[in-house]
Design a protein around this ligand. Structure first.
Ligand code: NAP
Length: 263
């Protein structure tokens, strides 16, 4: 079978460990022939991400805390020095204070709200602005930027709280970025994944309850990270060339469910 991403280079932000959605995406990108560059947030994850990068055959592994403009500048500078042209950027990053995911939303602190917005939503804007100039010219395919979101942006999901509001902001940012970058043939989309057991997910109080959606989702199962990754391949590939400004649900269909009749 032809590889869908051969000749393409992808920058993937957000691999923390092998359970990260970004790692599943990186594996699928490599399977489809892409060259992958990974970033990690700080010294704490350096060794793990270096090991995972080696396993993947990543062409580079660069430190980048997305709240630091200086880190983004260094990242872009290092890619420019190596004359790298990007075809795809994956933003798979979110953070909120644990306390803000534990208590009622109405009690969210001003600083906790700002932090969740900064790391989980604004960083997409900063990453898109920094990396767009590195993307292929518009007549050579332009580029595809994608982020990861969750249904808590449009529905109330208990305990998702401040992160739900950050995801609403992230999804709106996807639409505005798609409009700004579309003339350069750069597409911007989000994948709304169903609940998946990862380090971030474990920070949400009662996360195991969220996995019970498998009992009522149309496909009657939970979301496999590999399914999210294959959708990321589609968005990164030329097959997705007409898709921008979209939120694609990869959640076993759970988002269509309203009321479920008791048996
Ligand atoms: P994860 O493995 O914990 O990934 C989250 C990543 O964000 C980590 O690599 C983390 O790095 C990184 N990060 C946080 N603050 C950062 C910063 N300032 N600079 C750079 N990186 C930073 O969990 P995940 O579930 O795969 O999450 C990836 C994305 O998928 C998130 O946007 C999440 O909201 C979204 N999502 C997850 C689910 C789910 O059920 N798991 C469902 C829908 C959407 P450190 O570990 O070093 O902090």
């Amino acid at each position: 079978m032809p590889q869908l991403l051969s000749g393409k280079t992808a920058l993937v932000l957000g691999v923390a460990n092998r359970w990260s959605i970004a790692f599943a995406i990186s594996q699928a990108f490599v399977r489809e022939g892409a060259k992958v560059i990974l970033t990690y947030q700080g010294e704490r994850q350096k060794l793990t991400v270096e090991d995972l990068g080696q396993e993947l055959g990543a062409s580079d592994i660069i430190s980048c805390d997305v709240t630091q403009d200086s880190d983004l500048d260094k990242l872009v500078g290092s890619l420019k020095d190596k004359q790298i042209t990007l075809n795809t950027v994956v933003h798979s990053i979110a953070f909120a204070n644990r306390e803000d995911l534990m208590r009622p939303f109405v009690e969210t602190s001003r600083s906790g709200f700002a932090l969740a917005q900064e790391v989980s939503a604004y960083s997409l804007v900063a990453v898109a602005r920094a990396t767009a100039p590195l993307m292929a010219p518009k007549d050579e395919g332009g580029g595809s930027i994608m982020t990861l979101t969750y249904l808590g942006s449009v529905r109330v999901v208990q305990n998702y709280n401040v992160m739900g509001v950050a995801k609403a902001s992230l999804e709106a940012a996807v639409r505005y970025l798609a409009n700004d970058l579309g003339p350069s043939n750069i597409r911007v989309n989000a994948i709304s994944a169903g609940p998946i057991k990862t380090a971030s997910a474990r920070g949400i109080k009662g996360f195991s309850k969220m996995l019970e959606v498998a009992n009522i989702a149309p496909l009657r199962r939970n979301t496999d990270p590999a399914e999210v990754a294959d959708t990321a391949v589609f968005l990164a590939s030329d097959l997705g060339r007409g898709v921008t400004g979209n939120i694609l649900y990869v959640d076993a269909g759970f988002q269509v469910i309203g009321l479920v009749a008791a048996d």
